[in-house]
Design a protein around this ligand. Structure first.
Ligand SMILES: Nc1ncnc2c1ncn2[C@@H]1O[C@H](COP(=O)(O)OP(=O)(O)OP(=O)(O)O)[C@@H](O)[C@H]1O
Length: 255
């Protein structure tokens, strides 16, 4: 579980996060939504320990990051997996090399242990046929699956994903969402996903926080988002006619 308590983050005079508190449970897909510029990426970078909030605290299963020693922080960071926007694979490495990379960097496992782990995660994301291919030789959806395999190869406690669906067609986007949700449940990971994608909200939004101008304006589940009368949320989520229709159908069905 990650507990966020009243975090503030500024750059110079610009206050970006203005006191955000929330918690993210294990085994759940937690989504962060909000308009461009609302502070989602800065928030995710605070969760990753890349930015230090000036005020407030973030605890990872009871470990308050600001109180950890340098070694403890390094150990904690190794418990975090990250799927970057655009996958961020190494172009000069094969699929296998990309997934092997964190094991080579951070573990002293034997060659066969590393190979077994790489085989396992590539099988888990259903990519065994692409071992020797380079990122430029596989589709966007496959690249995302390699990025997910690389993010989970170290057996993380925490998984952070920044716009994991960007650039994918809706069907592939849904497959990637479902894969992240399955992996989160299977390995009991605390997963936090930044997204713009309303399909993701409807599919896998077990917990959603909505940021607006650096403040948590609303939080709830995908079921609650249909019912909320918070105008900032409805204005954001139902800006598309299609989603407004889906909402009306959902509300009518329940009445
Ligand atoms: N390193 C930085 N230095 C100064 N300002 C920054 C920095 N990083 C982000 N900001 C500012 O913080 C605000 C929030 O940015 P952020 O990238 O978190 O938004 P976002 O919600 O992720 O947007 P998007 O959905 O477009 O990615 C923006 O005004 C941005 O200019």
């Amino acid at each position: 579980m990650i507990e966020v308590n009243d975090i503030h983050k500024s750059f110079g005079e610009t206050q970006v996060l203005k006191g955000i508190s929330t918690s993210f449970s294990k085994g759940k897909t937690n989504l962060v939504i909000g308009q461009s510029g609302s502070g989602k990426t800065v928030f995710l970078k605070c969760l990753l320990g890349l930015f230090s909030p000036e005020k407030g605290s973030i605890s990872y299963d009871g470990r308050d990051y600001s109180k950890l020693s340098g070694d403890e922080r390094r150990d904690l960071r190794q418990e975090m997996g990250m799927v970057f926007q655009g996958s961020a694979l190494f172009d000069s490495m094969t699929v296998e090399g990309n997934v092997m990379f964190p094991l080579e960097m951070f573990t002293k496992q034997s060659k066969s242990e590393k190979q077994d782990r790489v085989d396992f995660v590539l099988k888990r994301v259903n990519l065994t046929e692409a071992y020797d291919r380079y990122p430029s030789q596989i589709s966007g959806g496959m690249q995302k699956r390699v990025a997910i395999a690389r993010a989970i190869v170290m057996n993380p406690q925490y998984l952070f994903c920044d716009e994991p669906n960007s650039g994918l067609d809706p069907k592939t986007a849904t497959l990637i969402d479902n894969l992240i949700q399955e992996i989160t449940e299977e390995y009991d990971i605390t997963t936090v996903i930044n997204t713009h994608d309303m399909n993701s909200v409807m599919e896998i939004g077990e917990k959603i926080i909505f940021l607006k101008d650096g403040i948590k304006e609303w939080e709830g589940t995908k079921h609650e988002i249909f019912k909320t009368d918070n105008e900032a949320v409805t204005g954001f989520v139902y800006s598309s006619e299609l989603f407004e229709k889906v909402r009306q159908m959902y509300v009518e069905e329940r009445n």
